[in-house]
Design a protein around this ligand. Sequence first.
Ligand code: ASP
Length: 324
Amino acid sequence: MKTTFSLLAGAALILAGTAAQAQDFPNKTITMVVPFAAGGPTDTVARLIGQSMGTALKQQVIVENVGGAGGTLGAGRVARAAPDGYTVLLHHIGHATSATLYRKLPYDTINDFESIGLVTDVPMTIVAKKDLPPKDFKELITYVQQQKDKVSYGNAGIGAASHLCGLMFMSAIKTQMTTVAYKGTGPAMNDLLGGQIDLMCDQTTNTTGQIKGGKIKAYAVTTKTRVPSLPDLPTMDEAGMKGFEVSIWHGMYAPKGTPKAAVDKLSDALKVALKDPMVVQRFAELGTEPVAQDRATPAALAAHLKAEIAKWAPVIKAAGEYAD
Ligand code: ASP
């Protein structure tokens, strides 16, 4: 009897402690894991959002880059982290597509995470080293079909957005290029600038500055409509690849079991960050915009993740023979 009582009292104390911890959350630095290398598009989004969320939460948010294996290493790091709100993951569409692309993941994409909210939708661009011969997108298709695996295509590994876009492109033109995997498209961009690789499909958040500076060649954007910051760039659909469309969305997650009070505070801070004029302006310069406030919620991201896994599974399976 006495034992039962002290067990119950102990459990009550632990619960009270957890509730109190959640109440004064956050009282120390928060780590935002980016599952790609520094200097790339996901890193760029995370640093802008993290800085602004830190101001809203009155705590520092630091970015930790855990690149490799198309984002699955970083996602695994967060799945195994203490569920206390102090470790979060900023990932993109790859969190959904890797669920199909990988036969075995070191985590359960849906059940090992708490959703915090959607962050942004980012168009992709087909870009090449400055002196690649094709003058426009039509010529590029012919060139790749003729040169085949002599053309090198940089991506951030299986599961990355750059992988998905390349997979769909190669599947559409029924031609396999030589793919070169990096820990993120930040380092891949360095090699494209240096002419070590020929081609890439990457987010405007990583390519806009280089395109505008004339340092790389741009052929098309992957969204249905043109991107306001790159008005001269045709959509792939306009340029001849009818129906081609990929838009990259980002979401923020915490490890499963993170207290709801902490998740809600993180989601509220995310909403504040998405309205921050500094974030809005930088996003616009980088060819993207924050999601609407009602999408920066746990429920919206949880539903979107499930829908995106279901949407991409058949596409990936159909294009499967072209996977790395
Ligand atoms: N988001 C990029 C990709 O999926 C990788 C990165 O952020 O570095 O290719």
